[in-house]
Design a protein around this ligand. Structure first.
Ligand SMILES: [Fe+2]
Length: 165
């Protein structure tokens, strides 16, 4: 179970949100290569590979924010991401039609992206409220990447996955 939290200030909550994201992103760096290897179509494999690289730079952005706050980066177990990845494992291990299996991987990946979009949106808002413009910029950069990959996955799903498989 998660530790008991104590939030005396918005700064405390901000750190907590960053630690949660830091854990979530590390988990994704382990899940994405498996998703890439499980994908059948090149376009989807490439999208997962590209997002793995982005995820690595997203981790670096979080580290930059922690450093600027004078904190060493720490992970707070992200139970939601653990659960989403567990669901993703079902898709990774699924048997059947390759194209439908790709659609299943996209379904799992988009759940992750929407979770991250929510989390980065919140963290960005808190950074703005704290007047931390540099952190807000970094979080906004990542937010855009998450939105872009989500849109890309929709595009892939529409382009080959859905019709008459
Ligand atoms: Fe991410």
């Amino acid at each position: 179970m998660a530790n008991e939290e104590k939030f005396d200030s918005l700064d405390d909550l901000f750190i907590h949100q960053l630690e949660d994201l830091y854990d979530a992103e590390q988990r994704m760096t382990r899940a994405l290569p498996k998703m890439r290897d499980a994908a059948s179509h090149d376009e989807l494999r490439d999208a997962f590979s590209y997002h793995l690289e982005e995820t690595q730079s997203q981790i670096q952005r979080l580290e930059t924010i922690f450093e600027a706050l004078g904190k060493s980066p720490q992970r707070e177990t992200c139970e939601a991401m653990k659960g989403l990845i567990r669901e993703g494992e079902e898709m990774i291990n699924a048997k059947g039609n390759d194209t439908v299996r790709d659609a299943a991987l996209i379904a799992a990946a988009q759940r992750v992206e929407h979770y991250e979009i929510a989390a980065y949106g919140t963290a960005h808002t808190i950074a703005l409220q704290l007047g931390n413009r540099e952190a807000a910029q970094q979080l906004d950069d990542t937010l855009h990447e998450e939105k872009n990959v989500d849109a890309k996955l929709t595009e892939i799903a529409q382009s080959y996955v859905n019709p008459a498989t």
